[in-house]
Design a protein around this ligand. Structure first.
Ligand code: HEM
Ligand SMILES: *[C@@H]1O[C@H](CO)[C@@H](O)[C@H](O)[C@H]1NC(C)=O
Ligand SMILES: *[C@@H]1O[C@H](CO)[C@@H](O)[C@H](O)[C@H]1NC(C)=O
Ligand SMILES: *[C@@H]1O[C@H](CO)[C@@H](O)[C@H](O)[C@H]1NC(C)=O
Ligand SMILES: *[C@@H]1O[C@H](CO)[C@@H](O)[C@H](O)[C@H]1NC(C)=O
Ligand SMILES: *[C@@H]1O[C@H](CO)[C@@H](O)[C@H](O)[C@H]1NC(C)=O
Ligand SMILES: *[C@@H]1O[C@H](CO)[C@@H](O)[C@H](O)[C@H]1NC(C)=O
Ligand SMILES: *[C@@H]1O[C@H](CO)[C@@H](O)[C@H](O)[C@H]1NC(C)=O
Ligand SMILES: *[C@@H]1O[C@H](CO)[C@@H](O)[C@H](O)[C@H]1NC(C)=O
Length: 342
């Protein structure tokens, strides 16, 4: 029995042994543990790639600490609502921003360069000139800043090069609480499956929910913080929780966005976006975050919510004094200052 315990502990040793020190960022801490290489732009990008591919496709690599991840590419069921995130990536809906001032989206295929096969081979895409390549590399970069990769910013792994407003990027998807909730859940499960500690999973969920999960959230600097305040709400349907500090007037049409029409019914398949317009009157005004947790392993209810009052390790990071003083979650994310357990 002692031997069995020892083997179990040894097998999981790198993951359960030591808690992440407060002065080491999430990215810097887990890169050597999970990728098995010292921190470098390349190894840190590999970790962000592993997290991204896992939350898209489901768990496909070892190490995996025994957490199954379905991935957002698979139809899901969040709080009793069926969701099919894949349809936003295939051109099934007019849900992408064409950035030409139109009031509805365009249909765009993001799996145009290798699809899942490339991702399973640990590549963003087959070439560097595709929707898929741009999307995947931008997501790696975004999470690299979110998790505070200290080596990010050189040629191998540049800082985030995409659009700074997550609202602009996602608005025509009209994400509802179940789509947003499922997406966030899969991100957290991906991190957990690779060996992130519970506190870091909890941080991830709370930061995602608070920053992107409330409609009419005030403009805020997130990533890159240098872009200044930007509209950041990803959950924008009428039944998304209203932000505690809602400023709907900052959003076009007071935050209302049209429901995305189907562009290709064959592609969209059987599970299409729920038309929640009729449920809008039950929208939660409380702004307390996501809908009821869906029984995931992400442990959202265990986080203390002490929200970044401790900036103990902040001295190791470049943060303007203004940002330090404000100390909100959004600020914390924007500054890569997620090191305080939340
Ligand atoms: C309901 C949930 C979500 C859906 C359906 C979704 C879907 C998409 C799609 C289709 C794109 C491509 C957009 C385009 O270039 O036109 C995109 C881009 C992106 N998404 Fe999401 N997403 C969701 C949530 C999130 C979350 C929680 C994050 C993390 C903060 C995130 C971060 C990004 C980033 C960084 C980009 C790249 C933006 C750029 O290249 O300028 N998304 N998302
Ligand atoms: C973190 O703090 C510990 C002890 O407080 C110190 O030994 C270590 O060098 C610090 N690490 C970093 C990256 O600053
Ligand atoms: C995903 O994780 C679960 C739980 O550890 C495991 O049973 C399953 O084999 C994994 N799937 C793959 C493709 O590795
Ligand atoms: C989703 O969950 C609801 C409520 O639990 C259930 O009625 C429904 O059958 C589920 N759908 C799928 C596809 O599992
Ligand atoms: C908007 O721009 C996209 C390309 O970025 C194009 O495919 C689409 O047709 C344009 N829509 C209109 C209405 O001009
Ligand atoms: C969109 O509209 C804004 C303000 O009206 C204008 O500055 C911008 O050039 C327009 N962009 C495009 C692509 O038409
Ligand atoms: C709302 O805004 C006020 C003033 O900017 C700020 O002090 C407060 O922390 C915000 N509340 C939340 C929950 O973000
Ligand atoms: C819809 O998608 C299917 C499957 O990819 C494709 O064969 C078909 O040509 C598409 N239809 C249109 C009108 O684009
Ligand atoms: C969604 O449902 C509402 C209320 O039933 C209806 O008026 C609207 O046309 C529907 N929208 C779509 C795109 O199906």
């Amino acid at each position: 029995m002692l031997l069995e315990t020892l083997i179990a502990v040894t097998a999981l040793g790198t993951f359960v042994k030591a808690a992440r020190p407060e002065n080491v960022t999430i990215c810097d801490w887990y890169t050597p543990l999970i990728i098995g290489e010292p921190n470098s732009p390349d190894s840190q990008q590999k970790l962000m790639q592993r997290i991204t591919h896992t939350f898209i496709l489901g768990n496909y690599t070892t190490p995996n600490v025994g957490i199954k991840v379905a991935g957002v590419a698979a139809p899901g069921n969040f709080s009793g609502h069926e969701v099919n995130i894949l349809n936003y990536f295939t051109g099934a809906y007019y849900s992408s921003n064409g950035y030409n001032n139109t009031s509805t989206g365009i249909a765009k295929n993001f799996l145009d360069d290798g699809g899942a096969t490339a991702l399973l081979a640990d590549k963003p895409a087959n070439t560097k000139t595709s929707n898929q390549y741009a999307l995947l590399t931008h997501v790696y970069q975004y999470f690299g800043e979110f998790y505070g990769c200290s080596e990010q910013g050189t040629g191998d792994f540049p800082k985030y090069k995409g659009v700074a407003s997550m609202y602009e990027v996602h608005k025509f998807m009209k994400s509802d609480p179940y789509e947003s909730g499922y997406f966030n859940e899969q991100i957290v499960l991906a991190a957990k499956s690779l060996g992130f500690e519970q506190a870091d999973c909890d941080f991830t969920l709370k930061a995602l929910e608070a920053t992107f999960g409330n409609r009419c959230s005030p403009a805020a600097p997130v990533i890159p913080a240098s872009a200044g305040p930007q509209l950041q709400a990803i959950c924008v349907s009428e039944n998304c929780p209203l932000d505690p500090n809602a400023t709907c007037s900052a959003y076009p049409d007071e935050g209302f966005v049209p429901f995305p029409e189907i562009a290709n019914a064959t592609l969209a398949g059987a599970v299409v976006k729920e038309n929640d317009t009729s449920a809008a009157t039950t929208a939660s005004p409380s702004g307390t975050g996501s809908p009821a947790a869906s029984g995931s392993a992400s442990g959202s209810s265990t986080a203390s919510g002490s929200a970044a009052t401790s900036t103990g390790g902040a001295s190791t990071l470049e943060v303007s004094s203004a940002l330090k003083v404000i100390g909100t979650l959004i600020t914390v994310v924007g500054a890569g200052l997620f090191i305080a357990p939340l």
